[in-house]
Design a protein around this ligand. Structure first.
Ligand code: F6P
Length: 367
């Protein structure tokens, strides 16, 4: 009878609650106990009432609520050995031998470090008298399962992360709203969207709203004088009769020398070189909040089921799995590999190897 802890970590994303609900209910129906760990790793380090046993009814209504009801944090203490010692001690004291984490690549890496250090941490806790031999004895290993919750859709080895589609809906709705006022005044808007080092949200939003131009980190403009090239394209669109101009800029957009491309800079170009009355809108956290769309509720639920099954299949030798989705099939693959590819993709962008970055994110990527 396993005791499964669940926590959400890093930036919240719509669908995290649906994941928690599925994990709790599937765990219970498979004869396990479920524990919610509040405030991400912070709750694991602090223990006490931050770790609570959850019953079936505790997750009632979770499916359709945005954000994460059990809280999240970007926790620095967990990055220290002392933080992880406290976390291990709290897990043992609560009898939790498996942990499902829903978060981004950084959060999932942290969990795997805890697992790899597990026996050393327990030995140290026993040596220091913080745990007895008897208390620690049943906890020979810790099972870790990762689920990817992030609006950025920046994780390798999965087609989509929980929350990305909702965020895309939110962005498109905002762009549609902006479009009608832009058309009315014949204005231009430069719209900055989130995504960190990943341009998925910006690119998909541009395609879905028929934006005039888009800037993403993975494909910096290639022309030396890209400013003139962009201005010519925008003028041409106007000549064709368009009454609005929409330029979408990913927050991580860069030029080919890796200098950031800022919305304010694009605004000046549009005013001074295209002669357009231009405004900037930064969509900010409106992109991350709010109710999850059907797709994310569904994805999180299906992945939550698989996460519990992965816990039940795990042995001491199984590498920590990450639950993903490929071609609409829920997948379960080594977490460390997926995180490594994700981080290598960010490094490749830093080295201007943009094509490699795309291949690392998606092995089936073709130009
Ligand atoms: O990773 C999700 C994300 O929303 C990014 O798109 C953005 O760069 C970042 O988190 C913002 O983080 P915070 O909420 O800490 O400002």
């Amino acid at each position: 009878r396993r005791r499964i802890g669940v926590l959400t970590s890093g930036g919240d994303s719509p669908g995290m609650n649906a994941a928690v609900r599925a994990i709790v209910r599937v765990a219970i129906s498979r004869g396990c106990e479920a524990y919610a760990i509040f405030e991400g790793y912070e709750g694991l380090v602090q223990g006490g009432n931050m770790i609570r046993k959850f019953g079936w009814g505790d997750v009632r209504g979770y499916l359709s609520i945005g954000g994460t009801l059990i809280g999240t944090a970007r926790c620095n203490t967990f990055r220290t050995r002392e933080g992880r010692l406290k976390a291990a001690c709290n897990l043992v004291k609560n009898g939790i031998d498996a942990l499902i984490i829903c978060g981004g690549d950084g959060s999932l890496t942290g969990a795997d470090i805890l697992r790899s250090e597990w026996s050393g941490l327990l030995e140290e806790l026993i040596r220091e008298g913080r745990l007895t031999q008897e208390e620690a004895a049943p906890f020979t290993h810790l099972v870790i399962v990762g689920m990817v919750g992030s609006i950025d859709n920046d994780m390798s080895s999965t087609d989509l992360t929980i929350g990305a589609v909702t965020s895309l809906h939110r962005i498109c709705e905002a762009v549609d709203n902006i479009s009608s006022t832009a058309s009315s005044h014949s204005r231009a808007f430069v719209i900055e969207v989130m995504g960190r080092y990943c341009g998925w949200l910006a690119l998909m939003a541009a395609v879905s709203t028929s934006a005039d131009f888009v800037f993403i980190p993975e494909r910096p403009p290639s022309a030396d004088d890209w400013e003139s090239e962009m201005c010519e394209i925008l003028k041409r669109h106007r000549k064709l009769g368009k009454r609005k101009t929409i330029v979408i800029v990913a927050e991580g957009a860069i030029d080919k020398n890796l200098n950031p491309i800022k919305a304010s800079y694009i605004k000046e170009l549009l005013i001074n070189r295209v002669g357009l009355d231009t405004r900037v809108t930064c969509l900010g956290h409106t992109q991350r909040g709010g109710r999850p769309c059907v797709y994310d509720r569904n994805l999180a639920t299906r992945q939550g089921v698989e996460a519990v099954e992965a816990v039940l299949r795990s042995t001491a030798d199984t590498p920590s799995p990450m639950i993903g989705i490929r071609e609409n099939k829920i997948t379960c693959q080594p977490l460390v590999e997926a995180v490594k590819l994700t981080q290598q993709a960010a490094i490749a962008i830093g080295k201007k190897d943009f094509r490699r970055a795309m291949e690392l994110r998606d092995p089936e990527f073709e130009e």
